[in-house]
Ligand binder design. Structure first.
Ligand code: PLP
Length: 407
Protein backbone atom coordinates (compact mmCIF):
# COMPACT_ATOMS: atom_id res chain seq x y z
CA UNK A 1 0.00 0.00 0.00
CA UNK A 2 1.29 3.45 -0.88
CA UNK A 3 2.19 5.49 2.19
CA UNK A 4 0.64 8.90 2.59
CA UNK A 5 3.07 11.77 2.10
CA UNK A 6 3.22 13.95 5.24
CA UNK A 7 1.83 17.47 4.86
CA UNK A 8 4.20 20.44 4.98
CA UNK A 9 2.58 21.76 8.15
CA UNK A 10 2.77 19.69 11.32
CA UNK A 11 -0.24 17.94 12.81
CA UNK A 12 -0.29 18.30 16.59
CA UNK A 13 0.04 15.30 18.94
CA UNK A 14 0.25 12.81 16.03
CA UNK A 15 2.64 10.75 13.98
CA UNK A 16 2.53 12.87 10.84
CA UNK A 17 1.73 10.12 8.34
CA UNK A 18 -1.01 8.65 10.54
CA UNK A 19 -2.64 11.94 11.58
CA UNK A 20 -6.41 11.89 11.20
CA UNK A 21 -7.78 14.75 9.18
CA UNK A 22 -11.13 16.25 8.41
CA UNK A 23 -11.09 19.00 5.81
CA UNK A 24 -13.45 21.86 6.54
CA UNK A 25 -14.53 24.87 4.54
CA UNK A 26 -16.22 26.92 7.26
CA UNK A 27 -18.28 26.91 10.43
CA UNK A 28 -21.53 28.43 11.69
CA UNK A 29 -23.69 28.22 14.82
CA UNK A 30 -22.46 25.02 16.53
CA UNK A 31 -21.27 23.24 13.39
CA UNK A 32 -18.30 22.80 11.11
CA UNK A 33 -18.97 22.49 7.39
CA UNK A 34 -16.92 19.72 5.79
CA UNK A 35 -15.45 19.82 2.30
CA UNK A 36 -18.27 17.61 1.02
CA UNK A 37 -20.87 20.00 2.45
CA UNK A 38 -21.86 18.10 5.61
CA UNK A 39 -22.62 19.90 8.86
CA UNK A 40 -20.75 18.39 11.81
CA UNK A 41 -21.92 19.33 15.31
CA UNK A 42 -19.06 20.62 17.46
CA UNK A 43 -19.66 18.46 20.55
CA UNK A 44 -16.35 19.45 22.13
CA UNK A 45 -16.53 23.21 21.36
CA UNK A 46 -13.55 22.69 19.04
CA UNK A 47 -11.14 22.14 21.97
CA UNK A 48 -13.32 23.60 24.73
CA UNK A 49 -12.69 27.15 23.46
CA UNK A 50 -15.70 27.67 21.14
CA UNK A 51 -18.03 27.71 24.15
CA UNK A 52 -20.14 30.47 22.60
CA UNK A 53 -20.47 28.66 19.29
CA UNK A 54 -19.06 29.70 15.94
CA UNK A 55 -21.38 32.64 15.17
CA UNK A 56 -21.48 34.59 18.42
CA UNK A 57 -22.52 38.07 17.22
CA UNK A 58 -21.52 40.06 20.34
CA UNK A 59 -17.97 38.64 20.28
CA UNK A 60 -17.61 39.06 16.51
CA UNK A 61 -18.92 42.63 16.67
CA UNK A 62 -16.55 43.53 19.50
CA UNK A 63 -13.60 42.18 17.49
CA UNK A 64 -14.70 44.03 14.32
CA UNK A 65 -15.09 47.30 16.22
CA UNK A 66 -11.68 46.89 17.84
CA UNK A 67 -10.07 46.10 14.50
CA UNK A 68 -11.25 49.50 13.24
CA UNK A 69 -10.47 51.43 16.42
CA UNK A 70 -7.02 50.08 17.32
CA UNK A 71 -5.90 46.66 16.08
CA UNK A 72 -2.53 46.54 17.83
CA UNK A 73 -0.78 48.06 20.85
CA UNK A 74 2.57 47.93 22.57
CA UNK A 75 2.67 45.85 25.78
CA UNK A 76 3.59 49.01 27.66
CA UNK A 77 0.73 51.13 26.29
CA UNK A 78 -2.02 52.13 28.66
CA UNK A 79 -5.50 52.39 27.14
CA UNK A 80 -9.06 52.49 28.35
CA UNK A 81 -9.97 49.00 27.06
CA UNK A 82 -7.04 47.46 28.95
CA UNK A 83 -8.03 49.16 32.22
CA UNK A 84 -11.71 48.38 31.83
CA UNK A 85 -11.38 44.70 30.84
CA UNK A 86 -8.82 44.04 33.56
CA UNK A 87 -11.19 45.39 36.21
CA UNK A 88 -14.00 43.27 34.75
CA UNK A 89 -11.77 40.20 34.83
CA UNK A 90 -10.68 40.79 38.43
CA UNK A 91 -14.35 41.16 39.41
CA UNK A 92 -15.19 37.98 37.49
CA UNK A 93 -12.46 35.97 39.25
CA UNK A 94 -14.10 37.14 42.50
CA UNK A 95 -11.27 36.00 44.75
CA UNK A 96 -10.46 39.36 46.30
CA UNK A 97 -7.94 41.97 45.20
CA UNK A 98 -5.64 40.79 42.42
CA UNK A 99 -3.77 41.79 39.29
CA UNK A 100 -3.72 40.30 35.80
CA UNK A 101 -0.81 39.20 33.63
CA UNK A 102 -1.94 38.70 30.02
CA UNK A 103 -0.97 35.81 27.75
CA UNK A 104 -1.97 34.31 24.42
CA UNK A 105 -2.64 30.74 25.51
CA UNK A 106 -3.25 28.52 28.49
CA UNK A 107 0.31 27.27 28.46
CA UNK A 108 1.66 30.82 28.75
CA UNK A 109 -0.69 31.58 31.64
CA UNK A 110 0.61 28.46 33.43
CA UNK A 111 4.21 29.20 32.45
CA UNK A 112 4.06 32.65 34.03
CA UNK A 113 2.35 31.33 37.16
CA UNK A 114 5.20 28.86 37.61
CA UNK A 115 7.84 31.54 37.01
CA UNK A 116 6.25 33.91 39.51
CA UNK A 117 5.52 31.24 42.13
CA UNK A 118 9.16 30.13 42.10
CA UNK A 119 10.47 33.69 42.22
CA UNK A 120 8.11 34.93 44.92
CA UNK A 121 8.61 31.90 47.17
CA UNK A 122 12.31 31.39 46.47
CA UNK A 123 11.49 27.67 46.29
CA UNK A 124 12.01 25.34 43.37
CA UNK A 125 9.58 22.41 43.41
CA UNK A 126 6.03 22.36 42.05
CA UNK A 127 3.51 19.65 42.93
CA UNK A 128 1.13 18.51 40.19
CA UNK A 129 -1.33 15.70 39.60
CA UNK A 130 -0.66 12.50 37.69
CA UNK A 131 -3.57 12.78 35.24
CA UNK A 132 -3.13 16.38 34.24
CA UNK A 133 -2.49 18.62 31.28
CA UNK A 134 -1.27 22.19 31.61
CA UNK A 135 0.11 23.06 28.16
CA UNK A 136 2.85 22.29 25.66
CA UNK A 137 5.55 24.81 26.54
CA UNK A 138 8.55 23.46 28.46
CA UNK A 139 7.46 24.71 31.89
CA UNK A 140 3.78 23.87 31.49
CA UNK A 141 4.70 20.47 30.07
CA UNK A 142 6.89 19.70 33.06
CA UNK A 143 3.85 19.86 35.36
CA UNK A 144 1.70 17.95 32.86
CA UNK A 145 1.29 14.40 34.14
CA UNK A 146 -0.27 12.69 31.12
CA UNK A 147 1.58 11.24 28.11
CA UNK A 148 1.94 14.64 26.48
CA UNK A 149 4.53 15.69 29.05
CA UNK A 150 6.74 12.63 28.53
CA UNK A 151 9.97 12.43 26.58
CA UNK A 152 10.89 16.11 26.56
CA UNK A 153 13.62 18.09 28.23
CA UNK A 154 12.03 20.43 30.75
CA UNK A 155 11.72 21.17 34.44
CA UNK A 156 10.42 17.69 35.30
CA UNK A 157 13.15 17.32 37.93
CA UNK A 158 11.54 20.18 39.77
CA UNK A 159 8.08 18.55 39.70
CA UNK A 160 6.66 16.22 42.30
CA UNK A 161 3.65 14.10 41.46
CA UNK A 162 0.70 13.82 43.78
CA UNK A 163 -2.02 11.17 43.42
CA UNK A 164 -5.40 11.65 41.81
CA UNK A 165 -8.17 12.83 44.19
CA UNK A 166 -9.96 9.46 44.09
CA UNK A 167 -6.77 7.64 45.04
CA UNK A 168 -6.09 9.85 48.04
CA UNK A 169 -9.37 11.39 49.25
CA UNK A 170 -8.04 12.25 52.73
CA UNK A 171 -4.73 13.53 51.27
CA UNK A 172 -2.63 11.30 53.55
CA UNK A 173 -0.43 10.13 50.66
CA UNK A 174 -0.15 13.65 49.29
CA UNK A 175 0.99 14.94 52.67
CA UNK A 176 3.62 12.18 52.86
CA UNK A 177 4.89 13.02 49.37
CA UNK A 178 5.15 16.72 50.18
CA UNK A 179 6.95 16.00 53.46
CA UNK A 180 9.36 13.61 51.77
CA UNK A 181 10.26 16.32 49.25
CA UNK A 182 10.63 18.88 52.07
CA UNK A 183 7.65 21.21 52.27
CA UNK A 184 10.06 24.16 52.60
CA UNK A 185 11.24 23.39 49.03
CA UNK A 186 7.80 23.47 47.42
CA UNK A 187 6.88 26.70 45.67
CA UNK A 188 3.42 25.78 44.44
CA UNK A 189 0.78 23.21 43.68
CA UNK A 190 -0.51 23.49 40.12
CA UNK A 191 -3.90 21.82 39.69
CA UNK A 192 -6.83 21.84 37.27
CA UNK A 193 -9.94 22.68 39.30
CA UNK A 194 -11.91 20.12 37.29
CA UNK A 195 -9.93 18.33 34.63
CA UNK A 196 -11.26 18.47 31.09
CA UNK A 197 -9.77 16.29 28.40
CA UNK A 198 -8.22 13.99 31.02
CA UNK A 199 -11.65 12.62 31.92
CA UNK A 200 -13.72 15.38 33.55
CA UNK A 201 -12.47 14.41 36.97
CA UNK A 202 -14.52 16.28 39.56
CA UNK A 203 -12.71 16.34 42.91
CA UNK A 204 -14.71 16.11 46.10
CA UNK A 205 -15.08 19.49 47.87
CA UNK A 206 -13.32 17.99 50.91
CA UNK A 207 -10.28 17.20 48.73
CA UNK A 208 -10.09 20.79 47.52
CA UNK A 209 -10.54 22.17 51.05
CA UNK A 210 -7.74 19.85 52.19
CA UNK A 211 -5.44 20.98 49.36
CA UNK A 212 -6.03 24.63 50.18
CA UNK A 213 -5.46 24.05 53.91
CA UNK A 214 -2.23 22.15 53.21
CA UNK A 215 -0.96 24.96 50.99
CA UNK A 216 -1.60 27.49 53.76
CA UNK A 217 -0.03 25.22 56.39
CA UNK A 218 3.21 24.83 54.45
CA UNK A 219 3.35 28.26 52.76
CA UNK A 220 2.86 26.65 49.33
CA UNK A 221 1.28 28.87 46.66
CA UNK A 222 -1.85 27.51 45.01
CA UNK A 223 -2.11 27.72 41.21
CA UNK A 224 -5.48 26.68 39.80
CA UNK A 225 -5.81 25.93 36.12
CA UNK A 226 -9.21 27.04 34.82
CA UNK A 227 -8.18 26.92 31.17
CA UNK A 228 -10.74 24.23 30.24
CA UNK A 229 -13.28 24.33 33.07
CA UNK A 230 -13.57 28.11 33.44
CA UNK A 231 -15.85 30.71 31.83
CA UNK A 232 -19.15 29.01 32.53
CA UNK A 233 -18.17 25.54 31.32
CA UNK A 234 -18.70 23.82 34.69
CA UNK A 235 -21.91 25.75 35.43
CA UNK A 236 -20.36 28.62 37.41
CA UNK A 237 -18.22 31.54 36.18
CA UNK A 238 -15.09 29.64 37.23
CA UNK A 239 -15.14 26.05 38.49
CA UNK A 240 -13.26 27.16 41.63
CA UNK A 241 -16.35 29.12 42.71
CA UNK A 242 -18.08 25.79 43.38
CA UNK A 243 -15.38 24.88 45.86
CA UNK A 244 -15.00 28.25 47.55
CA UNK A 245 -11.21 28.09 47.26
CA UNK A 246 -9.04 31.22 47.33
CA UNK A 247 -6.00 30.45 45.16
CA UNK A 248 -2.92 32.62 44.67
CA UNK A 249 -2.92 32.24 40.88
CA UNK A 250 -5.72 31.50 38.39
CA UNK A 251 -4.76 30.44 34.84
CA UNK A 252 -7.34 31.26 32.14
CA UNK A 253 -7.51 30.90 28.34
CA UNK A 254 -9.63 29.12 25.69
CA UNK A 255 -13.22 30.39 26.21
CA UNK A 256 -11.89 33.67 27.67
CA UNK A 257 -12.05 35.03 24.09
CA UNK A 258 -14.62 32.48 22.81
CA UNK A 259 -11.63 31.03 20.96
CA UNK A 260 -12.02 33.65 18.21
CA UNK A 261 -8.60 35.18 18.90
CA UNK A 262 -5.76 33.52 20.83
CA UNK A 263 -5.81 34.91 24.37
CA UNK A 264 -5.11 34.01 27.97
CA UNK A 265 -4.70 35.60 31.38
CA UNK A 266 -3.18 34.89 34.74
CA UNK A 267 -4.84 36.37 37.84
CA UNK A 268 -2.42 36.89 40.72
CA UNK A 269 -3.51 37.56 44.30
CA UNK A 270 -2.67 41.13 45.29
CA UNK A 271 -0.33 40.27 48.17
CA UNK A 272 1.64 37.93 45.87
CA UNK A 273 1.68 40.49 43.03
CA UNK A 274 3.13 43.12 45.40
CA UNK A 275 6.44 41.20 45.30
CA UNK A 276 7.07 42.92 41.97
CA UNK A 277 6.26 46.46 43.09
CA UNK A 278 9.94 47.27 43.53
CA UNK A 279 11.49 44.30 41.73
CA UNK A 280 11.58 43.81 37.99
CA UNK A 281 8.96 41.43 36.64
CA UNK A 282 11.08 39.71 34.01
CA UNK A 283 8.17 38.42 31.96
CA UNK A 284 6.34 39.69 28.91
CA UNK A 285 5.34 39.02 25.34
CA UNK A 286 4.97 41.07 22.18
CA UNK A 287 1.20 40.60 22.02
CA UNK A 288 0.70 41.22 25.78
CA UNK A 289 -2.82 42.56 26.53
CA UNK A 290 -3.57 42.46 22.82
CA UNK A 291 -6.51 44.77 21.97
CA UNK A 292 -8.26 42.09 19.90
CA UNK A 293 -8.08 39.61 22.80
CA UNK A 294 -9.25 42.25 25.26
CA UNK A 295 -12.20 43.16 23.04
CA UNK A 296 -13.27 39.52 22.72
CA UNK A 297 -12.87 38.96 26.48
CA UNK A 298 -14.96 42.02 27.23
CA UNK A 299 -17.82 40.62 25.13
CA UNK A 300 -17.47 37.17 26.74
CA UNK A 301 -17.61 38.65 30.24
CA UNK A 302 -20.72 40.64 29.29
CA UNK A 303 -22.41 37.48 28.00
CA UNK A 304 -21.64 35.71 31.26
CA UNK A 305 -23.35 38.62 33.08
CA UNK A 306 -26.40 38.44 30.81
CA UNK A 307 -29.12 36.71 32.82
CA UNK A 308 -31.10 35.55 29.80
CA UNK A 309 -27.97 34.06 28.24
CA UNK A 310 -27.04 32.20 31.44
CA UNK A 311 -30.61 30.97 31.96
CA UNK A 312 -30.64 29.51 28.44
CA UNK A 313 -27.22 27.92 29.04
CA UNK A 314 -28.37 26.39 32.33
CA UNK A 315 -31.53 25.03 30.71
CA UNK A 316 -29.59 23.32 27.93
CA UNK A 317 -27.09 22.07 30.55
CA UNK A 318 -29.97 20.36 32.39
CA UNK A 319 -31.03 18.70 29.14
CA UNK A 320 -27.40 17.69 28.52
CA UNK A 321 -27.10 16.16 32.01
CA UNK A 322 -30.33 14.20 31.49
CA UNK A 323 -29.10 12.94 28.10
CA UNK A 324 -25.77 11.87 29.59
CA UNK A 325 -27.42 10.04 32.47
CA UNK A 326 -29.67 8.12 30.01
CA UNK A 327 -26.52 6.55 28.56
CA UNK A 328 -25.61 5.07 31.96
CA UNK A 329 -27.46 1.81 31.26
CA UNK A 330 -25.82 1.23 27.87
CA UNK A 331 -23.69 -1.97 28.04
CA UNK A 332 -20.66 -0.15 26.60
CA UNK A 333 -20.76 2.49 29.34
CA UNK A 334 -18.63 1.74 32.38
CA UNK A 335 -19.07 5.02 34.23
CA UNK A 336 -19.76 8.64 33.49
CA UNK A 337 -19.27 12.05 34.99
CA UNK A 338 -21.05 15.26 34.13
CA UNK A 339 -20.64 18.81 35.39
CA UNK A 340 -22.31 21.77 33.73
CA UNK A 341 -21.65 21.37 30.01
CA UNK A 342 -18.79 18.91 30.23
CA UNK A 343 -18.99 15.13 30.50
CA UNK A 344 -16.83 12.02 30.28
CA UNK A 345 -18.27 8.66 29.25
CA UNK A 346 -15.89 5.84 30.19
CA UNK A 347 -16.23 2.83 27.92
CA UNK A 348 -16.16 -0.87 28.65
CA UNK A 349 -13.70 -2.77 26.42
CA UNK A 350 -15.07 -3.30 22.91
CA UNK A 351 -14.63 -2.10 19.36
CA UNK A 352 -12.46 1.01 19.16
CA UNK A 353 -14.41 4.25 19.02
CA UNK A 354 -12.73 6.84 16.83
CA UNK A 355 -13.04 10.52 16.06
CA UNK A 356 -13.88 9.56 12.49
CA UNK A 357 -16.86 7.49 13.75
CA UNK A 358 -18.26 10.68 15.22
CA UNK A 359 -17.65 12.75 12.10
CA UNK A 360 -19.36 10.09 9.96
CA UNK A 361 -22.46 10.54 12.15
CA UNK A 362 -22.25 14.32 12.13
CA UNK A 363 -20.56 15.03 15.48
CA UNK A 364 -17.08 16.29 16.36
CA UNK A 365 -16.19 14.71 19.72
CA UNK A 366 -13.02 13.84 21.60
CA UNK A 367 -11.88 10.34 22.45
CA UNK A 368 -9.35 9.94 25.22
CA UNK A 369 -7.46 6.65 25.43
CA UNK A 370 -4.79 5.80 27.98
CA UNK A 371 -1.88 3.39 28.11
CA UNK A 372 -4.04 0.70 29.74
CA UNK A 373 -6.26 0.66 26.63
CA UNK A 374 -9.31 2.14 28.34
CA UNK A 375 -11.06 4.96 26.56
CA UNK A 376 -13.59 7.67 27.24
CA UNK A 377 -15.70 9.98 25.12
CA UNK A 378 -15.31 13.58 26.24
CA UNK A 379 -18.09 16.07 25.55
CA UNK A 380 -18.07 19.84 26.00
CA UNK A 381 -20.68 21.24 23.63
CA UNK A 382 -21.22 24.97 23.01
CA UNK A 383 -23.42 26.77 25.55
CA UNK A 384 -25.59 27.95 22.67
CA UNK A 385 -26.52 24.53 21.30
CA UNK A 386 -30.22 23.87 20.85
CA UNK A 387 -32.14 21.03 22.49
CA UNK A 388 -32.39 19.49 18.99
CA UNK A 389 -28.57 19.67 18.63
CA UNK A 390 -28.22 17.99 22.01
CA UNK A 391 -30.66 15.19 21.16
CA UNK A 392 -28.94 14.60 17.81
CA UNK A 393 -25.57 14.39 19.60
CA UNK A 394 -26.80 11.74 22.06
CA UNK A 395 -28.51 9.83 19.29
CA UNK A 396 -25.22 9.72 17.36
CA UNK A 397 -23.32 8.65 20.49
CA UNK A 398 -25.82 5.83 21.14
CA UNK A 399 -25.33 4.62 17.59
CA UNK A 400 -21.56 4.72 18.01
CA UNK A 401 -21.84 2.75 21.24
CA UNK A 402 -24.19 0.24 19.58
CA UNK A 403 -21.34 -0.42 17.18
CA UNK A 404 -23.21 0.99 14.22
CA UNK A 405 -20.89 3.93 13.86
CA UNK A 406 -20.46 4.35 10.15
CA UNK A 407 -23.80 4.50 8.33
C1 PLP B 1 -6.37 22.47 31.68
C2 PLP B 1 -5.50 23.03 30.58
N1 PLP B 1 -4.48 23.83 30.90
C3 PLP B 1 -3.70 24.37 29.96
C4 PLP B 1 -3.90 24.09 28.63
C5 PLP B 1 -3.01 24.70 27.58
O1 PLP B 1 -3.71 25.65 26.86
P1 PLP B 1 -3.17 26.10 25.40
O2 PLP B 1 -3.34 24.95 24.50
O3 PLP B 1 -4.03 27.29 25.07
O4 PLP B 1 -1.75 26.48 25.58
C6 PLP B 1 -4.95 23.25 28.25
C7 PLP B 1 -5.19 22.93 26.84
O5 PLP B 1 -5.86 22.02 26.46
C8 PLP B 1 -5.78 22.70 29.25
O6 PLP B 1 -6.79 21.88 28.95
Amino acid sequence: MEQRRPDIFFWTWSAQRAASRVSITGSEACHFITEDGHRVFDAISTNFQAAFGHSCAPVKDAIHRQLDAMPVANPKHAFELKQRVTQKLVDFVAAGPGRVFYALSGAEAVENALKMARQVSGRKLVAAREKSYHGATMGAMSVTGDWRGQGHFGAQDATIRIPEPADDPDLMKTREILRAAGTENIAAMCLETISGMNGVIIPDPAWWRGIEAMCREYGILLVVDEVSCGFGRAGTDLAMHQYGIRPDFVCMAKAISAGYVPFGALWVREDVARFYDDRILSAGLTAYAHPMGLAATSAVLDLLRDEAFCRARDAVADHFAAGTVKLRTHPRVKSLRVKGLMAAIDLEPGPKVTWEDGVALGIHLAIKSDATGSSSIILAPPFVMTVADCDMMFDAISRILDGGAVP
